[in-house]
Design a binder for this molecule. Sequence first.
Ligand code: SIN
Length: 323
Amino acid sequence: MADLRTSLGRLQLPNPVLTASGCAAAGKELSQFFDVAELGGIVTKSIMLRPRSGRATPRMAETPSGMLNSIGLQGPGIDSFLAHDLPWLRERGARAVVSIAGRHTDEYVALAKRLYNHPVDLIEVNISCPNVESRGQVFACDPIAAGRVISAVRRAAHPNVPVFAKLSPDVTDIGLIARAVTDAGADGISLINTLLGMEIDLDTLQPALGGVTGGLSGPAVRPVALRCVWQVHQTVPHLPLLGMGGIMTGQDALRFLLAGASAVSVGTAVFHDPGAPVRILRELNAELDARGFSSVTDAIGFAHKSPQQQAALRTGVTHPVSV
Ligand code: SIN
């Protein structure tokens, strides 16, 4: 079977499948279905400085091949996270990728400082939540605002902890934002967050979500996410990418690696199949093997190479190639 090891900046991972932020709090709920240490890592729900109750209900709506959420960054706040959730993850041997979110740059900085002396493996900076009071708070829609948050977090965070910027697909040129956060010191990029959407309930003749708009995820967004990974890999080919958006199978995960992701996050799939991350890891292993990839690292960005370059790289590979 393929060598599944990969890395996200300085962080070495035993395999490239992680959970996605927001779909299972800090991982406890999933531990009844699989050993959380089996995955590349657990990405937590975005943590804010203070406990937060989030948006009005209803907060979820199903759409064809997708799901809308309008949670509004509900969570226990950093004190509770550090007292309970982070120790729980460490005790189980899971790699802890901590997602942080703030209303202002100062709040992100305060969160990075609070994490400084704690055993965190990577910080994912959520600058792209669509469920905030104003679009002006979606820092990832503006290259200057995005760069400002990332450079401040990079300075405040422990130097050994990689800082990843989580980007939104709701922009005209995602390469521009990727370049801005890279110049600001991001060690990598997570993409994508959900797309802003909405649904109307035909019984009430009202918006289906209490917050009116919400973030669309699931298989409906996978081609958008794949396109974003592709474009960002072209823009900043040296930067590690954590790809996500509608990944339901090992084949989906492989496509993200081929587009340039070094690892993938599985999110919406866990709502109907809580064991999806480990299933997808198993399937990915078989898909790599079936295509003659002896390692995950060989597959990263492979689709960017011409057929001639691919053939040259495969010299000596004995398996048939049928990607
Ligand atoms: C939410 O809590 O509203 C979702 C968070 C996100 O999409 O970043």
